[in-house]
Each structure stands twice: as structure tokens, then as C-alpha cells.
Write a protein that binds this ligand. Structure first.
Ligand code: PMP
Length: 352
């Protein structure tokens, strides 16, 4: 080993879901929205000026902050935006979890959390979910340096009711609690209504799933003005121009088209329920999902083999090789046509 190699920071990087370069696949592996963004977004993209490309963006992305504040009945100083919720969450880890006491998050959960904790040298402990993949709220009443969990959880889709989140907040007034609501729009109730009551609550959401803008990278956090100020202090300490002008412009259009948003959510939820029923008839089982994906297992088909067989057909789903998830597949809800191809494959697979 060279001397300089001893100075290198060694971490275990996050492995994102595959992003194949081919177009002719059915992509059900990273929870994107199968429908295009609002027509208003598409129009704004077409008429984007060269000025929007030539000039630096507004570091505070004020237009987008204002649109979000208006939409969620908050004041502007209660909203923070960033380059996807991964960026917002990473910034929040840096800002709020700077503690000697362990950060708590569930096992199973979003696999980026331990990666950030390691990167930022935050001690952490995982808290097992129960046999139904539910959070055990009492397990979060112990000493900690912060708490984070997604609601609905990933990759299970399991939703925790607000009364349980309120319980966790009531028992953790001395730490910041982050609720990662990447999938909240697909049937859950947001904890955003609790932020006036709990000064230690940060709610994080994204445009990647329910607003069809994963490629634009837009995420945001909502919380009391003090939390948001601390986030901005960290952000401006190393990373000022975070969002592109294009993302700000398109993000504003997406937030403002509430009718289109509702319509595409309804379609996805209806498809999810239909696919669930049809898969159940084929012998699959699931925890109840309130997200835009299903977390499915089958007693007769090893998940890894089924994933490989689907991939050969050009159908990509996600497999998580970890003890509690290794016989499950996470299947994003696509369009009805895509899901029909997927279900058709499963019906044939069963007969083998
Ligand atoms: N949180 C959870 C629970 C997720 O599943 C994802 C998507 N991988 C994200 C955050 C990040 O999404 P994005 O950075 O696209 O906003």
C-alpha cells in the first residue's frame, strides 16, 4: 500500500437500482412514475430560454420554495429544497445527526441511511421491524442521537399511521426525527401537519415518484424555521448552487398542476390494487403497500431466480440480497399495459 493510500476515506457506497441504457424494457425497478409529468411541465421545458441555461440559478431556489410553501400552507422559511431527496436527506444527516449517541432507523429500510451514517461518521443502531414489517414504536423510546424512517417504508411499502408517528415524536423531544415521505402521495397521510406541534420534526418529500420528475432531481424538506435555517447554514458552507434553473422552472409547474397530479396518482393506485389481486391469485403474498410498488414473495419461486427470468424478458424489478428481503421482489407499478405484460409472464412462469 502506498503512503497516500492510507489517507483515503474508505466507505461502502450505495448501489442504486440499475438504470439500463436500452429503451425497450419494462422498467419496474426504481419506482419512477410511468406517466409523463404534467403538460404544463412539458410546455415549460419546450419553451425554456437560453437565459435559463446561461445564468447561474438562484441559490435559494426561491420560486420553488414559494410554490411548495403555498401548496402545503407553510411559510417560505419552513421549506428547504435540494437536488433530489437524496441530497436533502444527506444534508439533513450532516446537519442534525452530529451526535455521539446512535441514530436509530429500522431494519429493513432505505439502504442509503447506513451509507450516509458511515460516510459522515454518525454512530447508528438499526431497530428490527416486527414480523409484519411494521415499526415497533416503543423501540424508539430509547436514548438516541436522532431518528429517521421512511413512511411508507422502503422497500416494503408499509405505512405507519400518524398516531404512531406522533407517539414517537412525543417520546423524542430531544432529537430530530426525520420522516422520509418519498412515497406518501400514493395513499398515506403526510406528517407535515405535525410540524407546528413538533419543532424537532423534519418531513422530506420528492418530485421523483408522484410528480414524474426523477430525471430533474428535485427534493424538499419541511419543518420549523429553525431546522430549515440550520439546513441552509450547512448547505451554504459547501454547496451553494444546488439546483439547476431547469429543475426550478419545471418543479414550479409540477407543483402548480394539482389536478394532473391527482389524476396520475389515482391511476397508479388503481393499477396497484388490481395487480395485487391478480398476483395474489397466482400465490404471491405482500405486506400491505401504500406506495407505488409491491413487495412480493412467493412460496415456490426463489426471488432471485424470478428476477433473473424477468430480466431475460426485458422486465426489470428490484431484488435486495439481505436476510429479511432475500425472498422478496420489489415491483414498481407501471402503466396498465406494462403490468399486463408482467402478469402475463408470471402466469406462464407458474405453469413451468
Ligand atoms: N427516500 C426513499 C425511501 C427512496 O426510496 C428514495 C428513492 N430511491 C429516495 C428517498 C430518494 O429519491 P430522490 O433522490 O429521487 O428524491
Amino acid at each position: 500500500m502506498r503512503t497516500w493510500e492510507k489517507n483515503i476515506r474508505k466507505v461502502t457506497p450505495y448501489v442504486p437500482g440499475e438504470q439500463p441504457r436500452r429503451d425497450n424494457i419494462i422498467k419496474l425497478n426504481t419506482n419512477e412514475n410511468p406517466y409523463p409529468p404534467s403538460p404544463e411541465v412539458r410546455q415549460a421545458a419546450k419553451s425554456m430560454s437560453t437565459r435559463a441555461m446561461r445564468l447561474y440559478p438562484d441559490p435559494a431556489a426561491s420560486d420553488l420554495v414559494e410554490a411548495l410553501a403555498y401548496r402545503y400552507h407553510l411559510s417560505n422559511d419552513q421549506v428547504f429544497v435540494g437536488v433530489g431527496s437524496d441530497d436533502v436527506l444527506a444534508m439533513a444527516f450532516l446537519t442534525f445527526f452530529n451526535s455521539d449517541r446512535p441514530l436509530l432507523f429500522p431494519d429493513v429500510t432505505y439502504s442509503f441511511y447506513p451509507v450516509w451514517a458511515e460516510l459522515f461518521r454518525i454512530p447508528f443502531e438499526t431497530v428490527p421491524l416486527n414480523e409484519k414489517f411494521r415499526l415497533v414504536k416503543e423501540d424508539y423510546a430509547r436514548e438516541n442521537g436522532g431518528i429517521i424512517f421512511p413512511n411508507p417504508n422502503a422497500p416494503t411499502g408499509v405505512y405507519e399511521p400518524l398516531q404512531d408517528i406522533r407517539w414517537i415524536l412525543q417520546h423524542n423531544r430531544d432529537s430530530v426525527v426525520i420522516v422520509d415521505e418519498a412515497y406518501i402521495d400514493f395513499g398515506g397521510k403526510s406528517a407535515v401537519k405535525l410540524i407546528d406541534e413538533f419543532e424537532n420534526l423534519l418531513v422530506v418529500q420528492t418530485f421523483s415518484k408522484s410528480r414524474s420528475l426523477a430525471g430533474m432531481r428535485i427534493g424538499y424538506a419541511m419543518g420549523n424555521a429553525r431546522l430549515i435555517r440550520y439546513l441552509n447554514d450547512v448547505k451554504y458552507s459547501f454547496n451553494s448552487y444546488t439546483m439547476s434553473r431547469a429543475a426550478i422552472i419545471l418543479g414550479v409547474e409540477a407543483v402548480n398542476d394539482e389536478a394532473y397530479f391527482r389524476e396520475s396518482l389515482d391511476k397508479i393506485i388503481t393499477t396497484r390494487e388490481r395487480v395485487k389481486e391478480e398476483m395474489r391469485e397466482l400465490g404471491f403474498d405482500f405486506p400491505d403497500s401504500k406506495a407505488n410498488f409491491l413487495f412480493a414473495t412467493h412460496p415456490d419461486y426463489p426471488a432471485r431466480e424470478l428476477q433473473a427470468a424477468l430480466k431475460e424478458e426485458g422486465i426489470y424489478v428490484r431484488y435486495f440480497d439481505a436476510p429479511r428481503t432475500d425472498n422478496y421482489l420489489r415491483i414498481t407499478i407501471g402503466t396498465d399495459e406494462e403490468m399486463n405484460v408482467f402478469l402475463g409472464f408470471l402466469r406462464k412462469y407458474r405453469k413451468k
